[in-house]
Ligand binder design. Structure first.
Ligand code: MSP
Length: 512
């Protein structure tokens, strides 16, 4: 049976337009989705928008807009951005979708009936940016560690989810399934959070204060929003899109988020699932934050990176490569235009781009594009093959473990092995000796094999480039699940490859 995989991005708030941070997580999940598909697995890739709550209502009011109309506009912008960027999501969920609202209400009712939602009064410090209460010990100098703002004191009667009841079950679950949260630094952070007693979770707002949420099925004067609303999408949208049998995907659910929303995903969500009688997801993959050099990315600093602009300037794969290669998954990373251009020129223009054009140009010049038969082989040929076998083994392992920077690093070792092979074999020199020409044919044949392997290995991370290389070679690189196309025999003699087209034209560093 084909194994099934459910992959998710966070649902992005509609009070901001798509930027570098959203794009990173979305590109990561797209790469994971393409990787799993290439491994022959049946993937459900889910993304979407989070549209209820105070800050969305506020953002709409600031624009003199009804929340619904405002959310429609920004949600459509997220969707069209991902479409333009070639993100291969299978379903786009909005927390305002009817099926989602119904699912949340059913889940609330179920948990209420089971006695895990109660009505009570609570006063506490609330951060609107995070849409949650903070305990004093979580604040830094009295301020929210993420938003650096002082939380507001809120006291009112509300509905609470009895999260405290699930502290021990969650600890037991994590002890039995230590791989649930990764990388390990975030698991440790979570275990730290769970050393303190868990408080119950406030899940409602009185309609007198906020109407832009999902009405509680057991009290029409209250709404729920954000966490008890948005997290549920991971199941509601899956069940909606897949119908019967959705549980088979849920059994292998992988969530990808940044560290800012570790607690909701690692504490609120699994305890909510337990209360609803649903299995806990398989894995939570947590990554770090992109900063703009030394500072945070922010509209007021005017340093926000927009995906469509990057795509326009450098091509989507250039942007994808940088995001995936520069950030060690789990750690923070810095984005600067200089770092971007330096990597682009070194790894893409001079690296893979130059390799492809050199090989295809020689094939063109010496043999009018026709791949020659393999005559005699040398040790260096075997070494080149071995470098690829090693890169493939390590890259697949890294893709499998969300270590995208390592997958690319390993693949680029194979690019370097090709460069070294060309320098050492010096086909351009051999060509000058009539009797060495068959050997030139062999060298180029093997290099075409190498390009085909590269196209196959980079496909999850750089789908457009992979397709372009495949088209220039006029050959299908195959999936990762299949046996690699055999070296020396995969191109029949006389197969014609095309003339090279530039993949990554060098970018000049703007003079400041
Ligand atoms: N709506 C909630 C999530 C609900 S999930 C059921 C939310 N939305 S958000 O728009 O603020 O998105 C946060 C997510 O966007 C982060 O977890 C991360 O995936 C991505 N990023 C936003 N800014 C980022 C950086 N500067 N760096 C890396 N990723 C960040 O939270």
């Amino acid at each position: 049976m084909t194994s099934r995989v459910h992959l998710t991005t966070p649902l992005y708030y509609v009070n901001a337009e798509p930027h570098l941070g959203h794009t990173y997580t979305t590109v990561v999940v797209d790469t994971a989705a393409r990787f799993h598909r290439s491994m022959g697995r049946d993937v459900f890739f889910l993304t979407g928008t989070d549209e209820h709550g105070d800050k969305i209502a506020q953002a709409a009011a600031d624009k003199n807009c009804e929340p619904r109309a405002y959310a429609d506009r920004v949600s459509a912008l997220f969707r069209s951005t991902w479409d333009t960027c070639g993100i291969s999501y299978d379903h786009f969920v909005r927390t305002t979708d009817d099926y989602h609202v119904r699912f949340v209400q059913e889940m609330l009712q179920k948990i209420h009936d089971a006695g895990d939602i109660y009505f009570g009064e609570y006063g506490g410090k609330y951060c609107y940016g995070c849409e949650r209460f903070y305990a004093d010990r979580e604040l830094v100098n009295g301020k929210c560690p993420d938003h650096k703002t002082e939380p507001a004191f809120i006291s009112e009667k509300n509905y609470f989810f009895r999260m405290s009841r699930y502290q021990q079950p969650l600890l037991d679950y994590l002890a039995a399934n230590p791989e649930t949260v990764s990388p390990v630094g975030y698991r440790n952070e979570l275990m730290g959070l769970l050393r303190e007693p868990l408080e119950d979770l406030c899940i409602s707002r009185p309609k007198s204060r906020l109407t832009w949420g999902i009405e509680l099925p057991f009290d029409r004067e209250y709404v729920t929003y954000v966490w008890f609303d948005a997290l549920v999408n991971y199941v509601s949208a899956l069940a909606h899109a897949k119908g019967e049998g959705w549980e088979q995907y849920w059994d292998n659910a992988h969530h990808y988020v940044a560290k800012d929303i570790l607690k909701p995903h690692a504490v609120f969500w699994p305890t909510m699932l337990m209360a609803a009688g649903l299995p806990v997801y398989r894995a939570l993959h947590v990554h770090g934050y992109w900063n703009m050099g030394e500072s945070k990315m922010s509209k007021s600093l005017g340093n926000v990176i927009r995906p469509l602009e990057m795509r326009e300037r450098f091509g989507m794969d250039g942007f994808r490569y940088f995001l995936l290669r520069e950030m060690a998954f789990g750690n923070d990373a810095a984005f600067t235009e200089d770092a971007f251009i330096t990597r682009f020129n070194a790894d893409l223009s001079n690296g893979i781009g130059n390799l492809v054009s050199r090989v295809l140009a020689m094939q063109q010049r010496y043999f009018e594009g026709a791949v020659q038969s393999v005559a005699n082989t040398e040790q260096a040929d075997a070494d080149l093959e071995a470098a690829f076998a090693e890169a493939e083994r390590r890259a697949i392992d890294a893709y499998e473990n969300s270590q995208y920077h390592i997958a690319l690093e390993e693949i680029w070792k194979a690019v370097a092995a090709c460069d070294k092979y060309i320098v050492e074999m010096a086909p351009f020199r051999l060509w000058k000796q009539e009797e060495a020409r068959p050997r030139v044919g062999t060298i180029l044949h093997l290099l075409c094999d190498a390009l085909r392997h590269l196209a196959r290995l980079i496909a999850p991370a750089m789908p457009e480039t992979s397709a372009k290389i495949a088209s220039m070679l006029d050959a299908d690189p195959g999936r990762l699940a299949d046996r690699a196309p055999a070296w020396r025999t995969s191109f029949r003699e006389g197969h014609v490859v095309k003339a090279p087209e530039p993949l990554f034209p060098r970018v000049e560093v703007p003079k400041s």
